[in-house]
Ligand binder design. Structure first.
Ligand code: HH2
Length: 263
């Protein structure tokens, strides 16, 4: 899943892709091996300010419509707002990536069911503005799995079809370095919940904590790939990444080696 942030303030690529540059970048990611694109019009980085729905809609829908016209890859919208998801699906998106796991609005789950789209339910402790202040868990893997299962049940109860639900442990969303590493080391437990899992570790801050020379987000591709490979080994269905060509190459080589293990 290639990331396209149509925002002025995203932590790694804010302000890079506006107007025609957005379409060029989207098509480049597909050419580099992305099977799916995730478009967002509001940053969820720690401390980010919220954006009104109309602004998000104006940022994402023209690009979604142009890419849907191309018809080369399914399109996901990264939003917590039902109104934005609705506008994105009308423009041609088929997946709603919701970092609040359908908790932002009282009607989020009903809207997801009504739209009939696929939905990514992500774990986050707290909310983007404050989530990194003091994350606390007794058992991070157990709590994240319990939360995700509860949100999947809420989506099912609202009428979202079981085969449209994805889960995501939410790397970096209300988590310390230790929490992120523990989750990355136990992704098979998230996969065992019985839904496809999406992993989003690309260019995140924990990489710089482990390798201080990668202070600039754009310098974190190698660490991002290491996390993507850990995800692949654990059985995740998709990785959400900025560096599509590099990640696709790593995954192709990794899966060829895995294939050669079997007689
Ligand atoms: N991470 C970000 C945003 N959306 N969605 C899912 N499902 N999983 C993630 O890990 C995830 C996500 C944060 O990264 P990015 O989009 O690059 O930055 P920003 O939120 O600043 O736009």
């Amino acid at each position: 899943m290639g990331i396209l942030n149509l925002t002025p303030d995203s932590f790694s690529d804010g302000g890079l892709y506006e107007g025609a540059a957005a379409l060029v970048q989207a098509r480049r990611m597909i050419a580099q091996g992305a099977d799916l694109l995730d478009l967002g019009g509001e940053s969820t980085r720690p401390g980010a300010d919220p954006v009104p729905a109309e602004v998000e809609i104006a940022r994402v829908t023209p690009v979604i419509a142009a890419l849907a016209q191309d018809g080369t890859a399914p399109i996901s919208v990264d939003t917590m707002k039902p109104a934005v998801a609705r506008a994105a699906m009308a423009a041609g998106a088929t997946l709603w990536n919701d970092v609040t796991a359908l908790r932002y609005a009282p009607d989020s789950a009903d809207v997801a069911a009504e739209l009939g789209c696929q939905v990514v339910l992500m774990h986050m402790q707290g909310e983007p503005r404050t989530m990194q202040a003091a994350p606390r868990y007794e058992d991070v893997v157990g709590e994240v799995c319990g939360f995700l299962l509860g949100r999947a049940e809420a989506a099912l109860a609202a009428g979202v079809a079981r085969d449209r639900i994805w889960l995501d442990p939410g790397i970096g969303f209300g988590k310390t370095l230790d929490h992120n590493l523990t989750l990355l080391a136990h992704l098979e437990k998230v996969c065992a919940l019985g839904f496809p899992v999406l992993l989003g570790a690309s260019r995140k801050r924990f990489i710089a904590a482990l390798h201080p020379a990668a202070d600039a987000p754009a310098a974190r591709a190698p660490g991002s790939i290491a996390a993507a490979l850990a995800g692949a080994a654990a059985g995740v269905a998709a990785v959400r990444v900025h560096d599509v060509g590099e990640t696709a190459q790593a995954l192709d080589v990794w899966s060829a080696i895995e294939g050669a293990r079997r007689p």
